[in-house]
Each structure stands twice: as C-alpha cells, then as structure tokens.
Design a protein. Sequence first.
Length: 84
Amino acid sequence: MSWIRRLFHKSRAEKELDIELRFHLDHQIADYVAAGMDPEEARRQAMLTLGGLERVKEEVREAHWETRLENLFRGQRNARLSRS
C-alpha cells in the first residue's frame, strides 16, 4: 500500500514542479515583452535563460527540488537585476 502513496506523492510533486516552472517561464517572457522584445523571441530567450524545462526538471529531481528551484530563480533574478 505504501507504493501507492509514493506514486501519488511523486505525481503531485511533478505537477507542482511543472506549475512552478511554468510560472517562472511565463514571468520571464512577460519581462522580456515588457522590455520591448517580440513575444516569440521573448519565449525563445526565456527558454534559453532557464536552460530548457526538461533539463531543469532533471536537475531539480536530483536535488531537494524546493531549495534547488529557489536558488536557480534567485540567481536568474540577480542576473537580470545586474543587467538593468
């Protein structure tokens, strides 16, 4: 019975990770568009900035995802602020 709980928990964690990554991707795209970038180019650049969603997911899965995700986006936010 515990394997069912683990399976459910993993599925929920994956869904939460997807939501979190999508949130940050969408915000990065919005920031680029607000800065005058074409929406298609903004999406491409945001994907490059994140390094690809699947790669980020793999890295997050390998670590404690909450801490890793927080550090990743803090670093991106700091890099964005330093370019401004």
